[in-house]
Ligand binder design. Structure first.
Ligand SMILES: [Zn+2]
Length: 77
């Protein structure tokens, strides 16, 4: 799994909707990639800031903005 794949799966991860094999790949990537661990934490904080709403109710444009933030943030490193 690469970082982009992880970002695509992150809402499924929070919904616990990943298949066991995807979940294993997701967590393996987290062990190797501190950037994604940090992203996951940001995502969690953002979700809590939004009022603890479940990820599936995040509007697509909000999700897209989060992904964009993540891409910019990675590009700065
Ligand atoms: Zn990563």
């Amino acid at each position: 799994m690469n970082c982009n794949e992880l970002v695509e799966l992150v809402t499924d991860y929070f919904e616990r909707a990943l298949s066991p094999s995807d979940r294993a790949r997701f967590e393996t990537h987290l062990e190797e990639c501190p950037h994604c661990v940090e992203y996951l934490q940001q995502m969690r904080v953002t979700l809590e800031t939004l009022g603890g709403i479940p990820p599936e109710t995040i509007a697509p444009e909000v999700r897209e903005r989060l992904l964009e933030t993540f891409r910019n943030w990675k590009a700065q490193r």
